[in-house]
Structures are given as C-alpha cells and as structure tokens.
Design a protein around this ligand. Structure first.
Ligand code: WTA
Length: 636
C-alpha cells in the first residue's frame, strides 16, 4: 500500500484524529490530501455556505482520480491483483487483473471512448452487469474526464430513459446480456427500448458477455471489435487534468418527491474521502482481499468496489451473481475460495441467508475474515447477532456503516475492531464528520440518550455538490428543512456515550432490501394504470426486505377480479421503474384518509399496514374519518 499516515489503529488515535478534525478541519483534510498524487496543488482547502448551498474543497487543485487509483501503484504493485472477478456460475472461470493489467484495460477503454468522440465533460450512461468491464468503464470515463452515470441494470427501459434524458448522455455502455442466478436479461434490447426517445445518444457501446443475440442498429459499436482494432501493443492514454471541483459522476437516487435526482460528486473531495473511509472503516492491510457484495449501480459499489479499494491499492473482489445461487452457501464458498478478509453486505442478504440455516456458513472455512460490514438499512438485533456469531465466528467486528448516496462515503461506523461494538448501533462518526441531532424546530439537542433528526453541521470532502441540472432542488431537499445544516432524512438515537443508532427515514423514502425508493415514484407508476384513480404507498416491516411496499389503490371501477388487477399493477411498476419497485401488497380501497387541505395522512396508512391500527391517534382532522374504518375492514 502506498504509505499513508492517516490509517487509525487504536481508540486513542481515533480520539486524536476526531479532535484534530474538529479543531481545524481544513488543516486535517489538507494533510491527508497531500498524500495523493496531484497535477497541481490546491490553493485553498475549503469554501462553504450551507445557507445558499455551495461547497468547494481543494480549490484550484488539479488531478485525475485514475492516476491515484492505478498509475501511482504501478511501480510497487504492478503485479499485484487489483480485481478478482467471481462469475455467476461457479463452474465458469474466475478472472483476475493485476494493477498493470487494470492500467492497460482502462487506457484502452479510454482510447475507445476518445475514438468515439467522447470528450471531457460529456455524460456517459453505464448500464452493465457486475463484470470487470463495469469498473473499467467507470475508470475510463474518469480518465478522459467524462462524467459517468451508472444505472443499476435492474431498472426498466423507462427508468433508464429518464436518467439518460436528464443527463443528456451521449453514449450508453451496455452488454448483450446479464445473468444473475438463473435469470437472464437482454440488456442491449432494454437499452434499445430506452433510447428510442433519447436524442442525445450518439453511440451504444456493447460488451459481449453472455453471447446472446441482441437487436442492434446504426448507433452500435461492439466493444471487442473496437478493442481488437487497437492492436496488440501497450497503450498509454494521458489522463485528463481535472479540477478538484469538476464533476466525477452523477448517480440517480430517490427522494420524497418527484423523479429521482442526479446526485453529483466531484473529483477531488470524493477521492480523498473514499480512500480515507475505506482504509479506516475496514482496517484494510496490504495483501488483504476485500469483498463488497453491492452492485456498481449503487453508491456502495462506486465507493467500496471501485474507487475506495483501488485508491488504497487494495485487492478487491467483484461478484456477478446472487447470494442464493446455486445454493445459499455461495457467499461463504466465495469467502473460503478467495480467502476474503473483509466482507461487506446488506442486512437484507444477511436475513435471507439466516433463514436458510446455520449449516451453510458452518460448512465453509471462514477464518480468513477479519472485519464484516453491513450497509443500506438498519440491521435488526437478531440479524446482527447471527452475522457476528455464524459468519464472524464471534471474533470479527461488525461494522454497521451509515451513509447515503449524497454523502459519498461512510459517515458513522466503527473502525474495524476499534472501540465498543454495540449491536444495532452504527457507532461513532468518522473523523471530520460532525453529526447533530435536531428537534422538529431545528434546534440542536445537546444531551445524550435521546432521539432526533440526523443532520450534519460542517462540510466533509465527499458531500453532494449539486443535483444535476437543478441546483435549487439540491438546496431545497437538503438545506432548507433546517437552516445551516445538511439534513439527512433519517432519524437517529444517540446513547449516553455518543454512539449513534439509525432508526430509519423520517420522510417518504422507503428502503426495500436496501434499495432506496420514493413512495411518490411508485405511486406515479401505479397511477399510470388506466383503471387507477389514485394511490398511496407506504413501507411496512418485512422480515427479509426490511421494508415491504404496501399500496392502497382507488380504482375507477372496483375490480371484479382483484388478482388480475394486482398483476397488472405489479407489471406496470416493473415497467416504469424496475422489478425492485413491485408492491408486496395491494389493497383496493374506496377512499384515502385525507386532511381538509387534501393531504394524504400517511401516518394512518402506515399504522394500518403494519397492523397497529389500534394506535391511530387523533384522526379528527380528516375530511372523512369513516374512510379509515373501511380501509381497516378491507385489509386482508
Ligand atoms: C439507510 C446507501 C441504517 C438510511 C449507502 C439512509 C442505513 C439510506 C444504513 C441511504 C445503516 C444506509 N443503518 N440505515 N448502516 N446505511 N441506511 O442512498 O435510511 O442508497 O438515508 O445509500 O439508507 O441509502 P442510499
């Protein structure tokens, strides 16, 4: 590992770093940033304003993140493995790439982009399975200075189209097909449907992966043909000089209202924090094998499959498949096969595997594991204990990492085995992170042993810079609820010693199997059905998914065949958003509980959905309280 002095290795060092960052954040981050490779040093560390939102880190600095992810490691660890790729089918061949090979792949990919007219600042949409080319594509964009927008390959054509249009992407990088478990999707065909309405697309670059036949047209280029045309020799592609504040990527995420928004991250600050948080939370040591099971379509994949590990010169495992294929022992088999040292997954996977019995983890050798992590949603006590005991064998710290697409990196978490580990508590904030709990008036709650709304009062390097094409929306969503703070949308509890436990969203965002969805987004999809007048969606507790989707639907004509209509509504949400947005329960109702001003009282609907309709509280402000009775009666 390129030697750095900012990897914390004791509680005392943590305290010292936390204090240093609190006393002088600029000095703290500046000293860390100096340990990266810059083309030009910055002349000012930080400028910020949370009132009229504007944050800039490392002003005037010039860099290219790929030189930090790849080139600077080559002299010492060119022959070390950077990426291990484990295919969906365990019988297929594992692929590995050394840092030297990674350099070649990225240089070649960037050259292909350039030959196809891509320049600094262009937007490129990446819609790929979990294959090494997904990482190469992201890095190639970064090398040329193009802004990548990765769209999870479970989103539908319509959702993909919205994202391409919003960013006016010039190119889509996709593959012929995708295979997860036994399910196959022909991605290029989905792209075809998506771009029918996207004038901005000039090229579709398709990677041959599954070998399936797909429909192509005049926009198509096959990646393997472009690659072959480059010839055999080594290729160097000069990394573009980027300003610290130039955009590195856009990643769409759901909020309480409207369509998903494009969260924008910058080159310099994101780089520094992705590396800092990776090394410290996972306590990565040279030679370790790190595995994050997320998809590169989510922020976790961006920061802890691609950028964080590569910045740290780590060896990172990438997995194409799913936890239960061909058996629910797959994760553990992979850990054994590749001697994984740090394993990072989501509570939904832990709960699903817990339900398959202890034999699976017990049948594999898991003693290489040193740190096991959780992300994406609150982890319940039972799952935490099972994970710690059956997977960690009682001697691996569980790092429960709280963060968001907008935060770019992990904000609150234990650092490996440092400090106290309390089940269901994420722990203490990382150095440089200043969380606060607010009451509904926006006043800081100073004492411990309380619950409140989680906000952050000082900028950190990898925070969201804007929402693509609409800065006002960024200000509105994150900085207007409580003046002077970044508001997270989460509620949290702080214990007597300052450890944080995340309770969950306090807005209309739900977390289904760790996937973040806006209830409004799902409602809009449901409302697109011709027989639907209106709908209201809420989350309810679900044993495996954490939260399930409960939809209350008013129809023009009450359906004779409820089952058939449910099926159609489910199909429409899959079409408009993707399979992850399918309602788990649909209840047809004749009315929704609304206030006199026409606002749906979701609080009531949530209580009915989770079976606590005996605790509805005051419903006298409703326009027609009898609706509630009807809904409770109709619940199956
Ligand atoms: C939730 C994922 C509890 C939270 C990195 C947050 C968590 C949302 C945790 C962001 C955790 C994430 N414990 N809740 N350890 N991690 N969340 O943008 O509600 O997909 O606001 O980022 O997930 O989801 P996103």
């Amino acid at each position: 590992m390129s030697t750095v002095d900012y990897q914390i290795s004791s509680e005392e060092e943590y305290q010292k770093a936390y204090q240093a960052a609190l006393d002088n954040p600029e000095n703290f981050w500046s000293k860390i940033a100096e340990q990266f490779q810059w083309k030009n040093k910055w002349n000012k560390t930080l400028e910020w304003n949370f009132e009229e939102y504007d944050v800039k880190w490392f002003l005037g600095g010039k860099l290219n993140i790929t030189e930090n992810c790849i080139d600077r490691h080559l002299s010492e660890k060119g022959e070390q493995t950077a990426i291990i790729w484990e295919p969906n089918n365990p019988k297929d061949e594992v692929r590995t790439y050394t840092y030297n090979q990674l350099a070649q792949e990225v240089n070649r990919f960037a050259t292909i982009l350039q030959r196809n007219g891509i320049k600094k600042g262009d937007r490129i949409c990446i819609y790929l399975p979990m294959i090494p080319e997904a990482a190469f594509a992201m890095l190639a964009c970064a090398r040329i200075g193009a802004i990548h927008s990765v769209v999870f390959a479970g989103f539908s054509a319509k959702a993909l189209c919205d994202r391409i249009q919003d960013a006016s992407a010039k190119m889509v990088i996709t593959s012929d097909g995708l295979i997860r478990g036994t399910k196959k999707l022909l991605l290029r065909n989905i792209v075809g449907e998506a771009i029918a309405d996207c004038d901005s697309i000039e090229t579709v670059l398709t990677i041959r992966h599954t070998g399936d036949e797909v429909e192509t047209n005049h926009l198509d280029k096959w990646y393997h043909e472009e690659y072959a045309a480059l010839g055999e020799g080594e290729i160097h592609f000069e990394a573009e000089s980027m300003d610290s504040e130039d955009e590195l990527f856009i990643l769409y995420t759901s909020g309480s209202t409207g369509k998903p928004k494009g969260v924008v991250h910058s080159c310099g600050g994101y780089m520094v924090y992705a590396d800092y948080s990776f090394r410290n939370v996972f306590q990565y040591q040279d030679g370790d094998v790190f595995w994050c099971t997320a998809d590169v379509g989510w922020i976790t994949g961006h920061s802890y499959i691609v950028y964080g590990p590569l910045l740290a010169g780590a060896c990172c495992l990438m997995f194409e498949g799913i936890p239960t294929y061909p058996t629910p022992g797959r994760f553990w088999k992979i850990c054994e096969k590749h001697s994984v040292n740090q394993f990072y997954t989501a509570p939904t996977a832990i709960r699903a595997l817990m339900g398959c019995g202890n034999d699976y983890p017990q049948n594999f050798k898991l003693d290489s594991l040193k740190v096991i992590g959780s992300v994406g949603e609150p982890i319940n006590e039972e799952a935490w204990q099972w994970y710690s005991k059956e997977v960690g064998k009682g001697n691996c710290p569980v790092v429960d990492t709280w963060w968001q697409t907008e935060t770019g990196g992990i904000m609150i978490s234990n650092l490996g085995n440092i400090g106290e580990h309390i089940p269901t508590y994420a722990g203490l904030p990382l150095p440089g992170i200043q969380p606060v709990l607010l009451n509904t008036e926006g006043e800081i709650i100073e004492e411990n042993g309380v619950e409140g709304l989680l906000a952050v009062r000082h900028p950190w390097p990898s925070m969201i810079r804007t929402t693509w094409g609409d800065h006002e929306r960024c200000e509105q969503v994150y900085f207007s609820a409580f003046k002077g703070y970044y508001f997270t949308g989460d509620g949290a509890r702080r214990d007597e010693k300052g450890h944080y436990r995340i309770i969950g969203r306090v807005d209309d965002v739900i977390n289904v199997s760790g996937h973040r969805l806006g209830t409004a987004e799902i409602e809009n999809a449901i409302n697109a059905h011709e027989n639907v007048v209106e709908s209201a969606v809420v989350g309810y507790p679900h044993d495996i998914k954490g939260q399930g989707i409960y939809a209350y639907v008013i129809c023009h004509v009450f359906p004779e065949d409820e089952k058939a209509l449910r099926k159609e509504i489910t199909a429409i949400t899959s079409d408009i958003i993707g399979r992850i947005a399918k309602p788990d329960k649909i209840q047809f109702v004749i009315g929704l509980p609304k206030t006199r001003s026409g606002k749906i009282m979701r609080r009531i609907l949530r209580k009915i959905a989770d079976g606590t309709s005996d605790q509805l509280g005051d419903i006298s402000t409703l326009l027609d309280p009898s609706v509630v009775e009807e809904i409770i009666k109709g619940k199956k």
